[in-house]
Design a protein around this ligand. Structure first.
Ligand code: NAD
Length: 482
């Protein structure tokens, strides 16, 4: 039976194609990372479901593209209303499925999911103007035309949040959508399908397919009728998707991993620096933006480390449904083994664990202790590769130039955080770092009007405000003679 019930909330786990629930002959099992409980069976899509979903999105496209922007915006606000009405249900279902804190889902994440729809609805009607100008008496009129069916592929670490960053602007722009949720966290995408239907979105405008990346994901990204592919996930998967997109020359947006630095200068407010550094354990370290490389001026390193350890030791690890918990489990046994493999190899290579260094044996399951490793070589795997778990490294520097050299010594460029008492230094250092987002004396402050994305191997393209519409639209210039 393709149905899951979590805390009294029933989720239909079949696909949502053309306004109907559609099953598959095959299913796969969804398991909660909190305690390993089997949640139920999920439809396992393949090429046939990918074809059906793209066909439904294609059929619905002309009608949705022709729907006046104000009406599209009204419907997206109705979706936001639906998210708000079911906020507590979405929060508990997401927590059960991916292990992130219930209190974060209730207070922060799900309200922002609703905001994602409201923001892009309002941007469409208030800010996405026409850019008119004159060339020798000829009028140039720039317009943002919807592109067509869009395939959106998302990861498990913040499932509904990351999906709706894509779904909302793609729909607002007048496109139709096929969303493929991550196979480790399929549930809230299915609930979103119900919410869009209740809001009155026409059939086929929003479709959800469930299944594995190598199966239904690969079929979707190779489909010739798809006009945009937007992907958030890992670099290896992005290479597959880029190759599939290249065959049809489908424009692709890639939001990928990171190995971001957090630089603490000697003039920093150390209390703030420690607070920001400990924040990197949020979501058990499964955050693309996490500043996992702590780079600290040697002059303050001892004091920073002592204060960091004191604060990190107060983190409460446990069931993410408990409001007292600060850190829940990691997502999956395979993922935990990968995280632990990085730590084991680092320790074998001579790193020292100042904190943690292995699974939480008292809690068992998928709980990994917050870990801080020092004595790491500059070219060590643990400093180079994205671990995507609660694992930070600590390196010191003695000059600003050395700090920049260490910070910039990475193939990623998603974000960087600077903690310094000098705005002049922040400007100087920031100008020399490759990062899509630079935070100065803060972390994780995100405004949907701002561009978001990565430099180098952290991605291609930007999301947010006009950048989202630029991607999801065919921008057209119409030149009219006097
Ligand atoms: P992943 O790349 O393994 O999977 C992401 C999605 O891609 C899943 O839905 C998966 O089913 C699908 N997929 C896998 N193979 C595919 C294929 N061949 N064709 C089409 N789809 C395929 O990533 P993950 O483990 O789910 O997520 C963690 C990664 O995501 C980390 O690297 C993290 O940094 C990154 N991430 C980036 C951002 C960002 O905004 N830059 C945000 C969150 C996570």
């Amino acid at each position: 039976m393709t149905e899951v019930t979590v805390a009294g909330v029933t989720v239909d786990t079949r696909h949502w194609i053309g306004g109907e629930r559609v099953g598959s002959a095959d299913t796969f099992t969804d398991v909660s990372p909190i305690d390993g409980a089997v949640l139920g069976e999920i439809a396992r899509g393949g090429r046939a479901e990918a074809d059906a979903a793209v066909a439904a999105a294609r059929a619905a496209f002309p009608g949705w593209a022709a729907t006046p922007p104000a009406e599209r915006a009204r419907l997206l606000h109705a979706v936001a209303d639906g998210v708000e009405a079911r906020l507590a249900e979405l929060a508990i279902v997401e927590t059960t499925d991916n292990g992130a804190l219930l209190r974060s889902h209730l207070r922060g994440v799900m309200p922002r999911v609703a905001h994602n729809f409201r923001f892009f609805a309002d941007w469409l009607t208030d800010s996405l103007g026409h850019d008119d100008f004159d060339t020798r008496g000829h009028e140039n009129r720039v317009s943002w035309d919807p592109a067509g069916p869009c395939v959106l592929i998302t990861p498990w670490n913040a499932p509904l949040m990351l999906a709706t960053w894509k779904v909302a602007p793609a729909l607002a722009a007048g496109n139709t959508v096929v969303l493929k949720a991550a196979e480790w966290t399929p549930l809230t995408a299915s609930l979103l399908a119900d919410i869009t239907a209740e809001a009155g979105l026409p059939a086929g405008v929003f479709n959800v397919v469930q299944g594995f990346g190598e199966e239904v994901g690969a079929a979707l990204t190779a489909h010739p009728d798809v006009r945009r592919i937007s992907f958030t996930g890992s670099v290896p998967t992005a290479r597959h998707i880029g190759a599939a997109a290249a065959a049809n020359l489908t424009p692709v947006s890639l939001e990928l991993g990171g190995k971001s630095p957090l630089l603490v200068f000697a003039d920093a407010d150390l209390e703030l620096a420690v607070e920001l550094a400990v924040e990197q354990y949020d979501n058990a370290g499964q955050v693309c933006l996490a500043a996992t490389r702590l780079l600290v001026d040697a002059a303050v390193a001892d004091e920073f480390t002592a204060r960091f350890l004191a604060k990190a030791r107060t983190l409460v690890q446990g069931d993410p449904r408990d409001p007292a918990t600060d850190m829940g489990p990691n997502i999956h046994p395979e993922h935990l083994a990968r995280v632990d493999g990085f730590v084991r190899r680092a320790l074998d290579a001579g790193a020292k664990a100042l904190l943690g260094g292995g699974p939480n044996t008292e809690l068992g399951g998928l709980y990994y202790r917050p870990t801080l490793l020092t004595d790491v070589a500059r070219d060590a795997e643990i400093v180079r590769e994205e671990v995507f778990g609660p694992v930070l490294t600590l390196q010191t520097f003695t000059t600003e130039d050395e700090a920049i050299t260490l910070a910039d010594d990475t193939r990623f460029g998603l974000a960087a955080t600077l903690v310094t008492g000098s705005r002049e230094r922040a400007r100087r250092v920031g100008a020399r770092l490759a990062a899509g987002t630079l935070w100065v004396n803060c972390f994780f402050v995100r405004d949907l009007r701002a561009p978001f994305g990565g430099a180098r191997q952290s991605g291609i393209g930007r999301e947010g405000g006009t950048w989202s519409f630029d991607f999801y639209c065919d921008v057209k210039n119409t030149v009219t003679s006097p």
